[in-house]
Design a protein around this ligand. Structure first.
Ligand code: IMP
Ligand code: MG
Length: 174
C-alpha cells in the first residue's frame, strides 16, 4: 500500500488542540477532572491535550473494541480493559480519537454512568457524523471529517500508521 496522504497537518492539529484545551480549561476551572483516554487510538491526542491543558487533572484509560482488523465496525462492542481507578463523584472527560458509528462511545458512557461519575463530557479530535448508528453527544470536537478512512496521529489501519505525525488518508481511499 502506498504512503498515506496528509489530510490535516501537524501544525493545524496543534492549533486545534490549543483551542480545545483553552475551552476545556475554562469549563473545568477549579475542578480536578479525570481524563479517560479510549485506547488505543486516543493516546497521541490525549498526551498532547493534557500538556496543552496544563492544569490539575488525573488520567485513566479504557479499552473498548468494536472493530476487528479491518475497516468496518462489526457492531459488537467488547470491553477489553476497564479503568484502573474509581470515578465515583468525579468530573470525567472522555478523550476519543474519532467518533464513527458512536457504538464505542455509547458503551464507554454506559460504563461510566454505572460507576457514578459526577459529570461526564466528551472530547473527540475527529467526528465522522455521516457514519453514526447511535446518537451520541460530543461536547468538544476538533474536526468534522467526511466518510474516509483516516490513519496517523494515533489512528491505525490493522495496527499500522499510528506513528504518523499528521492525520492522513490511506492513498487508495483518496
Ligand atoms: P465507533 O465505535 O464506530 O464510533 O468507532 C470508534 C473507533 O473506531 C475509534 O475510536 C477508532 O479507534 C476506530 N475508527 C473509526 N473510524 C476510523 C478511521 O477512519 N480510522 C481509524 N480508526 C477508526
Ligand atoms: Mg478509538
Amino acid at each position: 500500500m502506498s504512503r498515506p496522504r496528509i489530510f490535516i497537518d501537524r501544525e493545524e492539529i496543534a492549533r486545534k488542540v490549543a483551542v480545545l484545551a483553552a475551552r476545556i480549561r475554562a469549563d473545568y476551572e477549579g475542578k480536578n477532572p479525570v481524563l479517560i483516554g479510549a485506547l488505543k487510538g486516543s493516546f497521541v491526542f490525549m498526551s498532547d491535550l493534557v500538556r496543552a491543558l496544563d492544569m490539575p487533572l488525573a488520567v485513566d484509560f479504557i479499552s473498548v473494541s468494536s472493530y476487528g482488523n479491518g475497516r468496518e465496525s462489526c457492531g459488537e462492542v467488547q470491553l477489553i480493559q476497564d479503568l484502573k481507578g474509581p470515578v465515583q463523584g468525579r468530573d470525567v472527560l472522555v478523550v476519543e480519537d474519532i467518533i464513527d458509528t458512536g457504538l464505542t462511545l455509547a458503551c464507554i458512557l454506559e460504563n461510566l454512568k454505572k460507576k457514578g461519575a459526577a459529570s461526564v463530557k466528551v472530547c473527540a479530535l475527529l467526528d465522522k457524523p455521516s457514519r453514526r448508528r447511535v446518537p451520541v453527544h460530543i461536547d468538544y470536537i476538533g474536526f468534522t471529517v467526511p466518510d474516509r478512512f483516516i490513519v496517523g496521529y494515533g489512528l491505525d489501519f490493522n495496527e499500522g500508521y499510528r506513528y504518523l505525525p499528521d492525520v492522513c488518508l490511506l492513498e487508495d481511499d483518496c
